[in-house]
Design a protein around this ligand. Sequence first.
Ligand code: ADP
Ligand code: MG
Ligand code: MG
Length: 253
Amino acid sequence: MATLEIRDLHVSVDTENGPKEILRGVDLTIAAGQTHAIMGPNGSGKSTLAYSIAGHPKYNITSGTVTLDGEDVLDMAVDERARAGLFLAMQYPVEVPGVSVANFLRTAKTAIDGEAPKLRTWVKDVNKALSDLDMDPSFGQRNVNEGFSGGEKKRHEIVQLELLNPKIAILDETDSGLDIDALKIVSEGVNRFASQGDKGVLLITHYTRILRYIKPDFVHVFVDGRVAEEGGPELAEELEANGYERFLKAGAK
Ligand code: ADP
Ligand code: MG
Ligand code: MG
């Protein structure tokens, strides 16, 4: 069973004025069977954490470790991370001109499994994943992210999640830009994935809204580049009622 361990992670970016530290010692362990939510105000470094685990070249890891079942993730190329069982939607290009969703998914599946999926079952699987996300089969013929609405991008993310079937999924702002119906459909997709029992989910979000549909086992409040407080689902309820103010005041001390 998979475990992703993040230990004392420090990450900086290069700016005109030199390096700027954004992550300041992140500790987090996500084990198979667990759903974790990271919640924090804008600018607290949540996406930086996701990009750093994904291997985005802009983010410099200055110290700390990230391991998947003891294997050094930070030492892996981006595609190796995916093959190791990490799902990081943002590792993929924003737009892939001339590549259809169907071909993109098949290429990704082939890269991860090390062999091409059997055509007959694959077509069925793709159509099932699309219909689970309440999408028309013709979506498979669209070019990846070309003219996708915010909602289509997020649904496409969950289609990838269902088909690529990773061990650990990191979902950054999966709820952004979704109307209430789309939010339910996308949440159900995440819940289907998580309910397999041997999967880990890290759900990164600014708003508590999605946590009405996806119930995290653990909630981590993220402030100023590190985890400020951890708890169970009741912590999300406190945030829904009172916002981040208490944590920001504590952080400003
Ligand atoms: P969140 O996802 O929580 O909103 P981000 O990880 O996107 O936060 O950003 C955290 C902080 O790092 C912000 O203050 C942002 O301005 C800063 N930041 C991120 N990338 C860069 C960059 N390339 N150069 C300068 N500052 C950056
Ligand atoms: Mg944000
Ligand atoms: Mg962000």
